[in-house]
Design a protein around this ligand. Structure first.
Ligand SMILES: Nc1ncnc2c1ncn2[C@@H]1O[C@H](COP(=O)(O)OP(=O)(O)OP(=O)(O)O)[C@@H](O)[C@H]1O
Ligand SMILES: [Mg+2]
Length: 254
């Protein structure tokens, strides 16, 4: 670990703007996001469809380059890194769960889980732990096509955690799960943050996921316009009311 990674916040987003250009149209997906996430924080991002949540996660992971501003991960500015450097850096520091799980169809659940790990890593024990933790014991050798949506999602989560990353970025990590399985994942994410000092950032639409977070950041039209801290009572109704209240505020006041 170098000096900067001990002193810098794990993730800083500074005035980030991201535009997608297609033919004559320009879509501004991020229009000036400023955000600092502290080590051991479980942060949730909420916002309407199209508000820029996935684009922000991709920018945080260096999967999309930004037009303005910068993203710093453990003090490292991502913008000057080459694709090869980025892939290496991401592999060391970040675990990713995508909105579409991005599993490789020809590989088994276990092989998919092992994908981010360097070849030859001795991960047998960790794989067993993760399969157990994610309730996938009987599914180790199944290919994604033979798994349910919820099982595929849990394989994607195990894959994000296999290298024990300091930062986990998860896009709708419970979207395909029933209530109990979703709550189980939230508990796992909270433990990673609270007990193991990992930094967790999860996008969700669900108040019963957001209620586990230390902080909920609300996105609107490409910007983080507001935030609140759930009170720890894990009451989804309270979180829904707080979130809706912020969304209803007129744009001029945010
Ligand atoms: N590759 C792309 N090319 C063009 N436009 C894009 C691209 N990716 C995202 N956008 C646009 O950027 C905006 C933000 O998209 P984004 O996927 O970040 O939204 P989101 O908040 O994750 O929505 P959802 O809740 O539906 O997943 C949308 O208007 C979307 O159409
Ligand atoms: Mg999205």
């Amino acid at each position: 670990m170098n000096f900067s990674s001990q002193t810098s916040p794990p993730l800083v987003v500074e005035r980030v703007v991201k535009k997608f250009r297609r033919a004559q149209t320009v879509v501004t997906a991020l229009s000036g996001v400023d955000l600092t996430v502290r080590a051991g924080e479980f942060m949730v991002i909420m916002g309407a469809s199209g508000s820029g949540k996935s684009t922000l996660l991709h920018a945080m992971a260096g999967l999309t380059d930004v037009d303005e501003g910068k993203v710093l991960v453990n003090g490292q500015d991502l913008s000057p890194l080459s694709d090869v450097q980025l892939t290496k850096f991401r592999g060391k520091e970040i675990g990713l769960v995508f909105q579409a799980f991005n599993l490789i169809p020809s590989l088994s659940a276990e092989e998919n889980i092992r994908l981010p790990a360097p070849a030859g890593s001795d991960l047998a024990e960790r794989v067993v732990q993760l399969l157990q933790r994610l309730n996938l014991q009987g599914r180790r050798l199944h290919k994604p096509g033979a798994l349910s949506g919820g099982e595929q999602q849990r394989v994607a989560i195990a894959r994000a955690l296999i290298c024990d990353p300091a930062i986990v970025l998860a896009d709708e990590p419970t979207g395909s799960l029933d209530y109990d399985a979703g709550q189980h994942i939230c508990q796992l994410l909270q433990e990673l943050a609270r007990d193991h000092g990992r930094t967790i950032i999860a996008v969700t639409h669900e108040p019963n996921v957001a209620m586990w977070a230390d902080r909920v950041v609300v996105m609107r039209d490409g910007r983080n316009v507001d935030e609140f801290n759930p009170d720890g009572s894990r009451d989804p109704q309270k979180v829904a009311i707080q979130y809706q209240g912020l969304l209803r505020r007129p744009m001029e006041s945010v």
